[in-house]
Design a protein around this ligand. Structure first.
Ligand code: PLP
Length: 473
């Protein structure tokens, strides 16, 4: 009888032997030799450790197939980006954690073009000399906002910082106590103002601020008056705030600029699409604001950016601030924003062209029909262990836009069919099974069920095609 190896670990094959196996040669052709060799080494080390711990049979460890299978999984996991496409069935159209606006197709094409080849980013092709990267957006923004001048930075937080740092460094800025917002991700207006070097002068109270409160706060150190759109909450009941027109007039009486942080900043009147009214940049400038700033990846529906629009002299000062260099847009974002803004020149086709608007304005009966089809397919995939229904749901716009608007929608509602004590764990398994799909499905757990709001689902077939991989235990 042949002698058994003295140690099971000795039976683990050598790296070289594994690398010669046909299956592993094939892996190397896909993943490269260096990564494959490293993965084989890691797999073998893992096997040796397992054998040492569990005394697993040497034969199992020695099998080249075991090593190559594990190496394949290891390489596949390492090759997968952590930035993955997902299905957003949360019911929040502009979900900050899921990347906010879906970029319109025209903008995607423009971004790819700008990525692929040199572009005239800061080069005036006509004159053959240096140009300005804002020049690609200036005219469009001025036209769409009704502004004299405009500039763009990395996001709206940067826009707020730059306005304050340029116009209010070491000076006072009165802001209503009702507008000292915090939005997700540690953006707090008082903190931003402090870092921008401006002194916040709180005026009024949480629920009521009057024109006299602002007037009393003005002094020789005042740099500007600022109004902040309360984008992610509403104050209801016994409330008062000062409209833009009156605040602008007060500022101008004192020779001060009036700036508005609009947050979402729509470029069109959303009532045209059956949605609630959100002040547009043009309306705010028209009401007397000298500067307005807003995000490009919220209601506007484009790539991440912050727009500042308003008076020419103020924009010129802002553009001269050396800090702007730290906040400037790259060629890809500029290309995407330009293409997105061009879509607004044809409002008739906007709903079709702009995914954000299409999702917000999607007819409820279309969503209900889609949810009905999804429910059937999900029920078929999950079998008897779950109960699948359709139920009315309320979507929201998200990202601090139209905070009190609820958009009537329909969700597929999935419940585990188990006795109450196991229900929590069973629901958690269902939820994680959807997240474990090749394109993870992100829903919302509510009322002991998983809710999949159908509003933002575009590719029904791709969604359905992966359902057979659901294994909800
Ligand atoms: C969203 C928002 C911001 C921050 O905008 P980002 O583009 O996320 O940087 C600032 N102010 C208000 C009022 C907002 O709603």
């Amino acid at each position: 009888m042949p002698r058994k190896p003295t140690s099971a670990q000795a039976a683990v094959p050598s790296v070289d032997r594994v690398l010669r196996a046909p299956a592993v040669v094939a892996l190397a052709a896909v993943h490269g030799r260096v990564s494959t060799r490293d993965a084989v080494r890691e797999t073998l080390a893992e096997l040796r450790a397992e054998i040492a711990r569990d005394g697993a049979s040497a034969d199992a460890g020695a099998a080249i197939e075991t090593v190559s299978d594990r190496t394949a999984s290891r390489l596949a996991a390492a090759a997968q980006s952590t930035l993955r496409p997902v299905f957003n069935l949360t019911g929040t159209v502009l979900h900050t954690n899921l990347g906010r606006a879906i970029i319109p197709e025209a903008a995607i094409e423009a971004m790819v073009r700008a990525a692929r080849a040199p572009v005239s980013l800061e080069y005036d092709v006509r004159r053959g000399r240096r140009g300005d990267r804002d020049s690609h957006l200036d005219a469009l923004l001025c036209r769409l906002c009704g502004a004299e001048a405009a500039t763009v930075v990395n996001n709206n937080a940067a826009a707020v910082m730059l306005i304050l740092n340029t116009l209010a460094l070491r000076r006072d800025v009165p802001v209503s106590r009702g507008e000292l917002i915090e939005i997700g991700g540690a953006f707090r207006m008082p903190d931003i103002m402090a870092r921008a070097g401006a002194r916040l002068i709180e005026v009024g109270t949480t629920n009521r601020t009057h024109l006299e409160d602002y007037a009393a706060a003005l002094g020789p150190r005042t740099a500007l008056i600022m109004k902040v759109h309360t984008s992610n909450y509403v104050i209801e009941g016994f409330t008062a705030c000062v409209p833009e027109k009156a605040l602008g007039a007060l500022a101008h009486d004192h020779g001060l600029p009036f700036a508005v942080d609009l947050g979402s900043g729509s470029l069109v009147d959303l009532r045209r699409f059956g949605l609630a009214h959100e002040p547009t940049a043009a309306e705010v400038l028209d009401a007397g604001a000298d500067l307005v700033c807003f995000s490009a990846d919220k209601l506007l529906g484009g790539p991440q950016a912050g727009v500042i629009a308003g008076r020419r002299a103020l924009i010129a000062r802002i553009k001269r601030n050396p800090m702007r260099r730290a906040m400037r847009l790259d060629k890809i974002a500029i290309a995407g924003l330009e293409a997105t803004l061009r879509l607004y020149l044809d409002p008739e086709r906007l709903v079709r062209a702009l995914p954000t608007l299409r999702h917000m304005a999607r007819p409820p009966e279309e969503i209900a029909a889609l949810a009905g089809r999804l429910a059937l397919r999900i029920a078929a995939a999950l079998g008897q262990s779950v109960q699948v229904d359709c139920a009315p749901a309320e979507s929201q716009v998200g990202s601090g836009a139209l905070p009190s608007s609820r958009l009537p929608s329909t969700a597929v509602v999935i419940r585990a069919r188990v006795r109450r004590r196991g229900a929590g764990a069973a629901l958690a398994r269902i939820e994680s099974a959807f997240r474990a799909l090749p394109v993870p499905v992100i829903g919302r757990v509510h009322d002991a069920a998983l809710w999949l709001d159908a509003r933002c689902l575009d590719d029904e077939d791709a969604f359905a095609a992966q359902l057979d991989q659901l294994s909800a235990g």
